[in-house]
Design a protein around this ligand. Structure first.
Ligand code: NI
Length: 176
């Protein structure tokens, strides 16, 4: 596996609409390697999600991390590749929450997102997959899927007044 270079804001690849994948393409070894490399890259940079355009591949593939639930003895992060993801909100409300992005380093901002969603996608074997997710993983899935349409989290902010550097985030915004 390899750690891939992450495109940063300003790179046009982050503003393109990524192309759909077909199931036969998904099963090819090169594509399976791309998935594994993206997982390794996400872990290396301590991300919780990554979209293929962020590693200069303009295809509809994202990786999201979902923390095991509390009742589960294994709180390990489940890492799920989603191919051609389609998101439908399961509620009308939007909730503000903090987001960052490996393509916009050292910055956080508050973004409104649906707190519960249904994701339809293909899994890494090219099989249909439906997931209902809520809370932070739902936020991550929406953020990553936006990357496939050339949308960055700052585009979704209602106001830029919470756009914050990491040091200031830790100093002024994290309540404990
Ligand atoms: Ni991002």
């Amino acid at each position: 596996m390899s750690i891939l270079k992450v495109a940063r804001m300003g790179n046009p690849v982050l503003r393109e609409k990524a192309r759909l994948l077909d199931p036969t393409e998904v099963r090819r070894p090169e594509f399976q390697k791309l998935i594994d490399d993206m997982i390794e890259t996400m872990n290396e940079y301590r991300g919780i999600g990554l979209a293929a355009p962020q590693v200069h591949e303009s295809v509809r593939l994202v990786i999201i991390g979902i923390q095991g639930d509390d009742e589960d003895d294994d709180p390990a992060l489940k890492i799920i590749p989603l191919i051609n993801p389609e998101i439908a909100p399961l509620t009308d409300e939007l909730v503000e929450g903090w987001e960052g992005c490996l393509s916009i380093p050292e910055v956080r901002g508050q973004v409104p997102r649906a707190p519960r969603i249904r994701v339809q996608a293909l899994d890494r074997r090219g099989k249909r997959l439906t997931l209902d997710i809520e809370g932070f993983p739902a936020r991550v899935a929406q953020h990553e899927t936006d990357h496939l349409d050339g949308v960055l989290f700052i585009d979704r902010m209602r106001s830029l007044s919470t756009l914050t550097y990491m040091d200031e985030y830790a100093r002024f915004w994290v309540k404990d």
